[in-house]
Design a protein around this ligand. Sequence first.
Ligand SMILES: [Zn+2]
Length: 137
Amino acid sequence: MSGPRYHRPKRQDQRLVAFECQSCGWVSYPERKRTCKGCSAAPAEYEEVQLQERGEIKTFVVQHYLPDDIETPQPVAIVDVPQVGDGEPARIYGLLAESELDELEVGREVEARFRELFDDGDRPINSFKFAVPRGEK
Ligand SMILES: [Zn+2]
């Protein structure tokens, strides 16, 4: 016997939705900045765009000294993630997870994996990390 099935709707925060400036094409992520960093339009007019799930590491650093409750070493990267379709990529700052340090290099393709980052007591903070795709080393 099985109970009713519930389908969890795909949540907004589980997708890479970014905001493209309608004046210059600069892509804002994760939030919609009032002032466009590309052309300084304020308030900038944005249109929602969908990003791909994979991008390319532009640069990264490995943090070794962090508060005790944070796992180290902790790599963080700036990743250019192309849009689905045409347009500028979004430049996204994110943690790298589930990857070996020696797999990381500038130009490496990584994928966004969504998960609960931590729970601040009131609500879970959902976000994503980048990781080297498995089986493609
Ligand atoms: Zn702009």
